[in-house]
Design a protein around this ligand. Structure first.
Ligand SMILES: [Zn+2]
Length: 428
């Protein structure tokens, strides 16, 4: 752990840069990095790259050519900045996503102005996660300014498309070795998970579309057709009777918050059956011959993807055997396995110790109900020592009047700087 006097001077440097941290957050918010379509990625990446280049970082821009959404108008441009220390040692990497979701309705202030009010910075992406990105930049810069020499290397990346799966961002980079040893050893993702919590992983996902088939006929004589919506109702009824109780009864050892997400869950995202109404509002006078349902199943670390899929398929197969005329197809849309880092691993342990030192209380170890880019670092980069830690309240993400508290940004910058220092010196 860092000697007291060095820690105290580091904290002073960070506190003195409070206004700079606020300005940096506001500047980042002013890039409208909306995803979709992937707006302003390049200028935002260059803004970060130019700043860090001035601080002695080597800066690479990686254009994820041909990934979803990539085009001349909306290039998927990532920035990775690296600064080598004075001697050999591990590399600590801070990874933030640059993209934000649509502003949506209900804002009382301009979502891309970076308004400061009552100790908070407001804007789309303030909390998810430009506040965290700014805090990590200030943390690393302060560390460089207050330490005579550092071993190893520090990296900061700004990556794109996290909100749409990360394929043009962390996934693309992880496939090319940017998130694996010997380049990188420890990763902190400053997602908005509160300044006193260390997030060690997330549940998995399976999205699929189920379609039931029927036979079209005149609506006045439904007995001549076969209604696909009624077949789908039979599926939902089985879900209600068998699947939902079974999922709710399954509890994980993952410390997922909120605790409702500590069970397996299934959401029915959408359902579409029969023909759409005509433009004048009159309904289609037919028996539906197709009904489609999209499901969103969230998996626990104790569950395998095969078992999760098998459970749904077995319900459908039993309906084939038991229900006259029941026909279905099922199509995978997207899947991600659950991931969880060791809470006693270097990055989690050192960040927890830094939280105790800065805030004066023990952190909570948590897992996220939904996924974020850790999946690619773990599964593709094969780097397990990765956590999410950053300022901001997760519940505010994607909402109108999103904000990040300035005090929280300062606190988290101290924690990040301290944690990085300890990680760099651990094996040196
Ligand atoms: Zn995020």
């Amino acid at each position: 752990m860092m000697p007291n006097d060095i820690a105290e001077s580091l904290f002073k440097v960070i506190e003195a840069r409070r206004d700079e941290l606020v300005e940096l957050t506001r500047e980042l918010i002013r890039f409208p990095t909306l995803n979709p379509p992937g707006e302003a990625y390049r200028p935002c990446a260059e803004f970060i790259g130019q700043r860090l280049q001035r601080r002695g970082f080597n800066v690479d821009y990686v254009h994820a050519l041909g990934t979803p959404g990539d085009s001349e108008r909306y290039p998927r441009v990532n920035v990775i900045a690296r600064r080598e220390g004075q001697r050999a040692g591990p590399c600590v990497h801070f990874n933030s996503h640059l993209d934000v979701v649509q502003a949506g309705a209900g804002w009382t202030l301009d979502p891309f102005a970076g308004v400061v009010k009552d100790g908070k910075v407001y804007g789309r992406g303030a909390c998810d996660m430009k506040g965290g990105l700014a805090a990590s930049i200030i943390a690393v810069e302060a560390l460089l300014d207050s330490s005579a020499e550092l071993p190893g290397a520090l990296e900061i990346s700004g990556t794109v498309d996290e909100e749409s799966g990360g394929y043009g961002g962390v996934h693309y980079l992880a496939e090319r070795g940017w998130f694996s040893p010997p380049k990188v050893h420890h990763v902190i993702i400053p997602e908005p998970l509160n300044v006193d919590r260390v997030c060690i992983g997330h549940r998995g996902v399976w999205w699929a579309e189920i379609e039931t088939r029927g036979r079209i006929a005149h609506g006045s004589m439904p007995f001549l057709g076969d209604c696909a919506v009624r077949h789908m109702h039979a599926v939902v009824e089985r879900f209600e009777r068998e699947l939902y109780p079974a999922l709710a009864a399954r509890r994980t050892d993952m410390p997922v918050v909120p605790s409702g997400a500590r069970s397996s869950t299934l959401n029915i995202n959408s359902m579409h059956g029969g023909e759409a109404e005509r433009q004048d509002g009159y309904p289609a006078p037919c028996v539906p011959d197709s009904c489609r349902m999209v499901i969103d199943r969230r998996l626990l670390i104790e569950e395998s993807m095969d078992t999760v899929k098998g459970e749904v398929v077995s319900i459908l197969e039993r309906l084939v055997a038991e229900r006259v005329g029941f026909k279905y197809s099922i199509r995978d849309i997207f899947e991600v396995l659950p991931t969880m880092a060791d809470r006693d691993g270097p990055v989690a342990r050192n960040t927890a110790a830094a939280i105790r030192r800065v805030i004066g209380r023990s952190p909570e170890f948590i897992c996220s109900p939904g996924t974020y880019d850790q999946k690619h670092i773990d599964r593709v980069g094969k780097l397990k020592d990765c956590i999410a830690y950053g300022p901001g309240i997760l519940d505010l993400a994607h909402k109108p009047d999103e904000y990040v508290s300035i005090d929280d940004m300062v606190t988290s910058a101290k924690v990040m700087a301290l944690s990085a220092w300890s990680l760099l010196h651990a094996t040196a």
